[in-house]
Write a protein that binds this ligand. Structure first.
Ligand SMILES: Nc1ncnc2c1ncn2[C@@H]1O[C@H](COP(=O)(O)OP(=O)(O)OP(=O)(O)O)[C@@H](O)[C@H]1O
Ligand SMILES: [Mg+2]
Length: 274
């Protein structure tokens, strides 16, 4: 099993979009995928076409429940036409109230998700995190093998990513297995502006080993999420194939064994239509 948390404490940078793009790429390739939505906003849940979940991840975080995640997994609303339909452990607004409650556990509640995921046999687990460094994100960092940091190529992105990497380092010193690995930094919503290029270069030079091929700004990407459809199913919609190709590249890198060469820092694929 590969488990990957998609993180950034900054809001609106594209964490959920990247989770959905990767889930779409995995579905297209026939890889069974579980999306764990631990963001109380529930955008990944709705993006996957689940509007009124009957169960939620919140119920397995209430107490230590080994393997509990299996009891809340459900199939998503994505159709099967574009590959293997992903699974979801849905979000709930109750997660927002759960976070302060977890913080009051005198023994520490940072490993509730890790305990709940014990024995999970789905080959790929993607965890969509809220825009904060609170206990929900910390739970994800204790539960997964690897982390993908998503950022926009904008002002202070380098500082924001640096703060996230420091937090991950602190988790690594506390986890007995030394995890999670940092799989890379996905630079999302890269446009054709000089400003975008400048901040992308700043990120690339600050983290040359970690910056992955970017995901460009494309209307098709936000349309897919708004329509609760996988980007790979948008067919001939302008920019959809190019966007799908970028998520394919990211998935390839994420699924590569950790011992492989450093990720490419390429300018990536042709820009196509945005
Ligand atoms: N590559 C892209 N091209 C076009 N629009 C994008 C792209 N990536 C993200 N967006 C749009 O930007 C907005 C924010 O993206 P998203 O919700 O994925 O961010 P987030 O980091 O998950 O936000 P939050 O921190 O609130 O959870 C959404 O409207 C999404 O459709
Ligand atoms: Mg989100």
């Amino acid at each position: 099993m590969a488990s990957i948390a998609v993180v950034n404490q900054k809001g609106g940078v594209g964490k959920t979009t990247v989770v959905l793009g990767l889930a779409s790429a995995a579905a297209h390739r026939g890889i069974e995928t579980l999306v764990v939505d631990i963001d109380p906003q529930g955008n990944a849940t709705t993006g996957l076409g689940v509007f009124e979940p009957t169960r939620s991840i919140d119920s397995v975080l209430i107490e230590e429940r080994p393997g509990g995640i299996n009891s809340v997994v459900e199939t998503t609303g994505w159709t099967d036409d574009s590959g293997r339909r992903p699974l979801v452990a849905a979000s709930s607004p109750a997660l927002a109230a759960r976070e302060p409650q977890l913080a009051s556990d005198p023994l520490g509640a940072q490993d509730r998700l890790s305990v709940a995921m014990q024995g999970c046999s789905v080959p790929l687990v993607l965890v969509d995190c809220p825009p904060s460094l609170g206990l929900l994100t910390i739970n994800a960092l204790f539960a997964v093998d690897a982390v993908l940091v998503v950022t926009e190529p904008g002002a202070w992105a380098v500082d924001g990513v640096g703060r996230m990497l420091q937090t991950i380092d602190r988790i690594r010193t506390r986890r007995p297995d030394g995890g999670p690995e940092v799989s890379g930094i996905a630079v999302n919503r890269l446009g054709r502006t000089r400003d975008g290029r400048y901040w992308h270069e700043q990120l690339d030079s600050a983290y040359p080993e970690k910056c992955l091929p970017p995901v460009h700004l494309r209307a098709a990407v936000s349309e897919a999420a708004a329509q609760s459809r996988p980007i790979h199913s948008l067919g001939s919609r302008a920019g959809a194939a190019e966007a799908a190709g970028e998520f394919d590249v990211l998935l390839d890198i994420l699924l590569r064994p950790v011992t492989a060469d450093a990720p490419p820092t390429t300018e990536s694929l042709p820009e196509g239509d945005i």
